[in-house]
Design a protein around this ligand. Structure first.
Ligand code: CP3
Length: 358
């Protein structure tokens, strides 16, 4: 059912085409800062209950769109569903973040890993994508996503969240072949996962490399960038995903933007530690940029939120290819009214900045 997209600002910006105003969506826009999200999560029983039942996943995906004038929807799921489907046993203990029952501890554990079946263990994700596309009825495009191999491996080897993911880093130095074996298996899994989401109806694809910035320059290229480049190439080689724009987000990797743009992606996520004018110069305007308000600013007074949002818009300037977003996910303490203030200011000021052209 090919529906006509009523709001294509986000996809136009990814193609570096002019838009009437700057598109905006918010990382983790469906999340605990919304009371309606907390209510649905309660009914679902747990985070995994939400993610694994397509009706619930669809409901929470649409919640932020009903409240705010957002320009894109993002599939409600998690990056850790892929390792879960690979047999690691994911759970989210209240207030403690993700945990794996069976983290990777040995070469034997890594040898056993296989690309999960997209129509088997991960079918619930594809069912959610199909249902969300249907329920969106062309309001805005739907973003599908995955974690990067590096970021997934961080959690799979550590077994939980960490400040430095030193266990995987130690493997990179002590057993580089084994680290590459793990990352290559994950690259295949991520490519298959994103291709399946494209086939199910996702209209753009994003790869979250949240922990890429923990690596020094050489290791970043070897252990993070390399597999993301492989994935972008695989997506371009498959009929289902060939036409879809891909956005790469390596948090804390502002110095690698040009190298990330060389992968052939359409856009790059940018955190708040770099000025968008510098980021744009670094990529020479070749790719779109998505970002980069510090999420903590959403805890400031409304006038500050508006001023800082205008500063981000001004730093990119009147060029095509800016998608407004936070520099990382929205946090649970944020008042939902603050997001409305942000979204409305971005659209209003973005329109002035662009002279209302289209
Ligand atoms: O953006 C969206 O609205 C779509 C949904 C989405 C979630 N996680 C839902 C979620 C997306 C895109 C993610 C990606 C994700 N998950 C990343 C990469 C992006 C980033 O934030 O860096 C990472 C590293 C994860 C792993 C993960 N999932 C962590 C560390 C946590 C716990 C953190 C926390 O806020 O407690 C999660 C849980 C999670 N994923 C929640 C949501 C809404 C909160 C869980 C809950 O409701 O209890």
């Amino acid at each position: 059912m090919p529906d006509v997209l009523k709001n294509d600002r986000f996809l136009r910006a990814l193609r570096l085409e002019p838009t009437d105003t700057t598109p905006i969506w918010v990382m983790r826009q469906a999340g605990r800062y919304l009371p309606e999200y907390r209510a649905t999560r309660e009914r679902a029983g747990s985070f995994m209950g939400l993610a694994q039942q397509p009706e619930f996943a669809c409901e929470v995906t649409l919640q932020p769109l009903d409240r705010f004038d957002l320009d894109a929807a993002i599939l409600f799921s998690d990056i850790l569903t892929v390792p879960d489907a690979m047999g690691l046993g994911l759970s989210f203990a209240e207030g403690e973040g993700p945990q794996f029952a069976r983290p990777l501890r040995s070469k034997a554990d890594i040898d056993k890993l296989a690309v999960p079946d997209m129509d088997g263990e991960l079918r619930y994700v594809m069912d959610a994508v199909r249902l969300i596309r249907k329920e969106l009825r062309g309001r805005v495009p739907l973003i599908g996503f995955s974690g990067s191999p590096w970021t997934l491996a961080c959690y799979m080897v550590e077994g939980r969240g960490s400040k430095d993911f030193a266990t995987l880093k130690a493997m990179c130095w002590n057993e580089p072949k084994l680290a590459h074996q793990l990352l290559d298996t994950l690259a295949q899994a991520v490519a298959a996962y994103l291709i399946a989401q494209a086939a199910a109806g996702a209209q753009a694809l994003m790869i979250f490399d949240t922990w890429g910035g923990l690596l020094g320059p050489g290791p970043f290229r070897e252990f993070s960038l390399r597999t993301m480049a492989q994935i972008v190439a695989a997506l371009k080689a498959d009929a289902a995903s060939r036409e879809l724009p891909v956005v790469l987000f390596s948090k804390g990797a502002g110095q690698h933007l040009a190298a990330l743009a060389d992968t052939g992606c359409a856009g790059l996520g940018v955190d708040w530690t770099i000025d968008l004018a510098d980021a744009r110069a670094a990529v020479g305007g070749r790719v779109a940029l998505q970002g980069n308000l510090d999420p903590a600013i959403l805890r400031a007074a409304p006038a500050v939120v508006r001023r800082e949002a205008r500063m981000v818009l001004d730093s990119y300037g009147n060029h095509p290819g800016h998608i407004f977003n936070l520099g990382h996910g929205i946090t649970p303490e944020v008042q939902p009214e603050q997001v409305k203030i942000l979204v409305d200011e971005v659209h209003q000021y973005g329109r002035t900045l662009r002279g209302g052209r289209r």
